[in-house]
Design a protein around this ligand. Structure first.
Ligand code: NAD
Length: 430
């Protein structure tokens, strides 16, 4: 028997990747807590459809290279499939299956009317010229175009892809559909061709909405609180900006260049300018240098890991001195560390909710494209707050009712919504 629970161990390599097995292990634990219907659980442990395509590209030296691309459509019970496209040299079908499963559970727990999918191409995008990247994107789009569309499957950017990649995707798809603009086929597009205002800062803002609510639940206030942030990229820098604007003291931040500390709080607007000029936070005036491991151990009210996965594990979980952790990054805490921190009474806002701002505003982008009616930035921000806090409160309710940790509660809330919808739709053909 495997972590596929009551299924025999699968000999299919794409169902045995570490990311997928880990997701299924969490799934099995949560399914037990809510007594999930075993037929539903069995169905949810498998992707619905896995597509593998060959993507020939004319390189700048005129040779043709063939790359392998994937699109995995995991579950569409709640609505059209949705999930990003990754360009990375480590992409394989097993990884894409794992990521597609995670998107399914994430979209469900966030209360979005969307299923889960993921795509990718095994390629190192840093080795491609702009023309080669465009050629790759257009042919990959063409290879999967029968399976995507505004009502079917809506990709988005992920590691190695960006708004320009989405613009090429949208243009190729639109041309193949008779030359009519179809902005709703992808999200994360530039604003000029149907992207949404507020998308760029959405994940960082969502992190701060969740952090504020977690503080409220723990009788704390954002104003005057001490916050530590690991990572100062898209998520970390916007989280810092929005926390600073709410009166928090950002006492330490770090990026790949190292960490900085100032007990009175950093001047975040100045720091953002400094990072734009110098490329990193290192040597920002009036700060003491810190290593990344020291940063995680700084005493604070809220710790926001917004950089990489597996940053807090059994080696440092006992040394963390915070009351709240909000996971801006994907998977910054190992499962073992989560258990230790939970026992120590540290409140954890799990990644599926805490960094959900990006996919929530992607959903808004799709809605605006379908309506051809675009919202002001403050409307996007306000709607984001409504959706993310509703999801967070729902997960908290599961935690209280079932007496489980927030991560298991998030998975339980997600499965519970999928289970109800799947039972209502029934099994096709019967
Ligand atoms: P980014 O590339 O813009 O920023 C990453 C930051 O982490 C950079 O400041 C980098 O210097 C720093 N970093 C890298 N290695 C580090 C190390 N060893 N120690 C400390 N800092 C280090 O990426 P991002 O978009 O901000 O994403 C960060 C995390 O959030 C990732 O896990 C990503 O998957 C997740 N996430 C991002 C979004 C989004 O909308 N951008 C949405 C959901 C989840």
């Amino acid at each position: 028997m495997s972590v596929h629970d009551n299924l025999p161990a699968s000999n299919e390599a794409h169902l045995n990747g570490p990311l997928f097995l880990n997701a299924i292990q969490n799934f099995n634990e949560a399914a037990k807590v809510i007594n999930c219907d075993p037929n539903i659980a069995e169905r949810l442990r498998r992707p619905r459809r896995c597509l593998t395509v060959s993507v020939p590209v004319r390189m700048d030296d005129q040779s043709v290279k063939v790359f392998t691309g994937y699109r995995v459509q995991y579950n569409s019970t709640l609505g059209p499939y949705k999930g990003g496209i990754r360009y990375h040299q480590n992409v394989d079908l097993a990884e894409v299956v794992g990521l597609a499963a995670l998107m399914t559970f994430k979209n469900s727990v966030l209360g979005l009317p969307l299923g889960g999918a993921k795509g990718g191409v095994c390629v190192d995008p840093t080795q491609l010229s702009r023309a080669e990247k465009q050629g790759l994107t257009r042919r990959y789009t063409s290879e999967i175009s029968a399976f995507v569309g505004p009502n079917k499957d809506i990709p988005a950017p992920d590691v190695g892809t960006d708004p320009q990649t989405m613009a090429w995707f949208m243009d190729t798809y639109s041309n193949e559909q008779g030359g009519y603009a179809q902005p709703g086929v992808v999200t994360g597009k530039p604003v000029e061709i149907g992207g949404s205002l507020g998308r760029n800062h959405a994940t960082g803002l969502g992190v701060i909405y969740v952090c504020e609510r977690a503080m409220e639940m723990n009788q704390m206030k954002m104003a005057g609180s001490r916050i530590v942030i690991q990572g100062f990229g898209n998520v970390g820098s916007f989280a810092a900006k929005f926390a600073y604007e709410r009166g928090a003291r950002i006492v330490a931040v770090s990026d790949v260049s190292g960490g900085i500390f100032n007990g009175d709080g950093l001047n975040v607007p100045e720091l953002i300018k400094y990072v734009k000029q110098t490329g990193g936070v290192k040597n920002f005036p009036n700060t003491q240098p810190l290593s990344n491991s020291q940063l995680l151990e700084v005493e604070c009210d809220a710790l926001l890991p917004c950089a990489l996965e597996n940053q807090i594990d059994t080696h440092n979980a006992e040394k963390i001195k915070t009351k709240i952790i909000v996971e801006g990054a994907n998977g910054p805490l190992t499962n073992a560390a989560t258990k230790i921190l939970d026992k120590r009474g540290i409140f954890i806002a799990p990644d599926v909710i805490a960094n959900g701002g990006g996919v929530i505003v992607s959903y808004f982008e799709w809605v605006q494209d379908i309506m051809s009616f675009f919202w002001e930035e403050q409307d996007v921000d306000a709607k984001l707050k409504g959706v993310i806090l509703k999801a967070f409160d729902n997960v908290y309710k599961f935690k209280q009712e079932k007496n489980i940790d927030m991560r298991t509660a998030a998975m339980a809330a997600s499965i519970s919504r999928l289970e109800k919808a799947m039972l209502l739709r029934g099994l096709y053909p019967r």
